[in-house]
Design a protein around this ligand. Structure first.
Ligand code: PEP
Ligand code: MN
Length: 333
């Protein structure tokens, strides 16, 4: 439910209304735009007396929100949210590129890639330490040691770091990770989402392998319901009947989500396609479609990468993609 406040109402009148609503066990989200102030009410709103609320002098209109996602809903928060990842802003016109290898393999590897992608315009460094592999016999990541190596690369370059969490028991290891990734396979790991909701860490929530946008937004809602609103959505392709590409990039999700939610949305063309030569056209298409950023896998030696080499760009290829994306952003801004 949302309550639209009349223009020119005094701060203390709004505060009084918020306290009254909170006393009814509701969580109130205050959204102040240039012209409108909106109170988003979350919780059991069935007992709210709509007529009483609507007749208050300071209230313009009260509307029920039919979608099951409330905090993530654009109707609650008409302006775009901006997520600040240790000084790097994403959303509302702030475009950021996350780049780095699928997995952290060694200090030399991660530091070299970090330096190269930074020079080419990436503002965040990715690197998997805990890897969700289809086969238990494949490289599972360097785990806690991998996070330590990422921290070294962060120190050397000043880039904030992004890494995937698979188990809420590992949260303490992620203290120095600036943006915690929830991978596709864990998008509906609700216990993990609830734990992340209790933190204030920015979360990169990837779309599940075969999940609808509504399910994805409900997963964001799990994190937000716990009090953590720092969420960036990441479209990474979904399962379809197509087999030539690893997944099918749902580019329409970008403008669709822009209507449905105020949360920033970025695109990962690497996992979406699984083929390095398709990364550039899909990155350009994502920027043109209005994405708030990109996540691209880059490796200094893709042929010998321990994970996802076929979809990884070399640093030179990444440089070309980054420059071309900048040109698209100039055109569409
Ligand atoms: C990854 O980013 O390396 C990854 C495993 O991605 P996804 O969860 O989208 O498959
Ligand atoms: Mn990968």
């Amino acid at each position: 439910m949302i309550a639209i406040i009349k223009q020119g109402v005094k701060e203390n009148q709004i505060e009084n209304l918020i306290s009254w609503l909170e006393s009814q066990n509701l969580t109130v989200h205050l959204s102040k735009g240039e012209y409108t102030t909106i109170l988003g009410l979350v919780g059991d709103t069935s007992k709210v007396d709509i007529e009483l609320l609507e007749n208050l002098e300071i209230v313009e209109k009260v509307k029920r929100i039919s979608e099951p996602f409330k905090s993530a809903n654009r109707k609650f928060h008409p302006n775009d949210s901006v997520v600040d990842v240790s000084g790097v802003k994403i959303g509302d016109g702030n475009f950021a590129i996350i780049a780095g290898p699928c997995s952290v393999e060694s200090e030399a590897q991660i530091v070299e890639i970090a330096k190269r992608v930074k020079e080419s315009g990436a503002s965040l460094l990715r690197g998997g330490a805990f890897k969700p592999r289809t086969s238990p016999y494949d490289f599972q990541g360097l785990q806690a040691d991998g996070l330590e190596l990422l921290k070294i690369a962060k120190k050397e370059t000043g880039m904030p770091i992004v890494s995937e969490i698979m188990n809420a028991n590992h949260l303490s290891l992620f203290e120095n990770v600036d943006l915690i990734q929830v991978g596709a396979r864990n998008m509906q790991n609700f216990e993990l989402l609830k734990e992340l909701g209790k933190t204030k860490k920015p979360i990169l929530l990837k779309r599940g392998l075969a999940n609808t946008m509504k399910e994805w937004l409900m997963s964001a809602e799990y994190i937000m319901a716990g009090g953590n609103e720092n969420i960036i959505l990441c479209e990474r392709g979904i399962r379809t009947f197509e087999t030539y590409t690893r997944n099918t990039l749902d580019i329409a999700a970008v403008p669709m989500l822009d209507e449905l939610t105020h949360l920033p949305i970025i695109v990962d063309p690497s996992h979406a396609c699984g083929i390095s030569r398709l990364v550039k056209p899909m990155a350009l298409a994502s920027a043109a479609a209005g994405a708030d950023g990109l996540m691209i896998e880059v490796h200094n030696d893709p042929q010998n990468a321990l994970c996802d080499g076929a979809q990884s760009l070399t640093p030179d290829e990444f440089d070309d993609v980054s420059k071309s994306v900048a040109k698209i952003l100039e055109v569409v801004k």
